[in-house]
Design a protein around this ligand. Sequence first.
Ligand code: GAP
Length: 449
Amino acid sequence: MSAENNKLGELVSLLKRRGFVFPGSDIYGGLSGTWDWGHLGVLLKERIKNEWHKMFVREREDMVTLDAALIMNAEVWKASGHVEGFSDPLVACEKCKRRFRADQIIPTLGVGIGPHCPECGGPLSEPRQFNMMFETRIGAAEDSSSVAYLRPETAQGIFVNFKNTLDAYHPKLPFGIAQIGKAFRNEITPRDFLFRAREFEQMEIEYFVRPKEWEEHFERWRMLLHGWVARIGIPESAVHEVEVPDGERAHYSRRTIDFEYDFPFGRKELYGLAYRGDYDLAQHSERSGVDLSYSDEVTGERFIPHVIEPSLGLDRTALAVLASAYAEDELGATVAGGASEKRTVLRLPPALAPISAAVFPLLKNKPELVARAREIYRALVPALPAVMFDDNGNIGKRYRRQDEIGTPWCITVDFDTLADGTVTLRDRDSGVQTRIPAEEIVAAIQTSL
Ligand code: GAP
């Protein structure tokens, strides 16, 4: 097993053991392509979404948000081209009956080897297009009029609310609508942990612009995506832009740049930045009969705006953030308090850590220490995003547990706290402890958040 695969194995096992992510429907043997997020994973995702919201909505004047329904009218997906074209080429092994995405396995086969099953070597069928949308039925009727789809992208919820947004807020171009939510794809081969799932979350922006200004906005969003990646602690050197060539782009796209990341299982797509032209609004205008054009006060023209779309998968973001943060290192004897100490640590940016600070009484069986530690803990709860109280096991073990879940700060209440009101504040990355007055904890920590 390669070192990188080994790293993924270690990370997956840490995330299950420490309650970030579990396999979906685990006690029934799992359900391929689904994952359940535990407490710490929920907190991590919340913090990523919060940063995204801060950077792309709260800190700007040209963005509004939306939370559209997950089940949408089938007409939406006919107009968007997904019923017709949202498919991957599927091949099946005629011997073992396993199914594969043809584009994923055929390029890996050598010249003259012929398309054979990568699992059993059996012959493969001719490729056929397999539509990835999950179909469901609305109400009790069983005919075709009751068919509805779970959305395979959150984007269409934005396009079908374009007119509602114009009418409600009268935004001026350029402006964007941002949405976070679940998307569903019946992937032929879900794989690589959270990377390709059948149910996942997207953080999408449809940014509406004047047609002749699309290139400058595309460039701006390209830079903003690099700023985002840096903000969430993903090293810039691990992110690579790939221009998607003609013929390989999604049916709606006139230009796409994929942002790829060096995942432990290889360099793969993290995000997409697409120029969708007026494709979606024009399609929905035509099919719904509702005018989705925009009247430009500046030029006096009426036209269908064009769209730049930065599309970010939340689960892939969490995986890239976690993979970037995962480290095994050794604290020197001076900070480990004796012999040097090997540890596993998530070096998450403090603004993303599921727990921002953990408070410990030095000894569990000294009621005066526990009472003072609880007091400090209660005072920190309203001041910091997430605080934890822990009196389990010895102090060294508590530090190691917090290092493993990426807690940037640990606060220990000891006998000096009772005498002079100071606590020790331990920094996750260096292991260094400093003594500060208890009332200065919030200020010391907040600067890092
Ligand atoms: N609205 C455009 C769109 O959906 P996409 O490239 O198909 O474009 C955008 O998806 C992002 O959603 C991807 O870059 C990835 O981060 C995430 N994503 C797509 N399929 C996924 C899957 N099966 N599992 C997890 N994340 C996925």
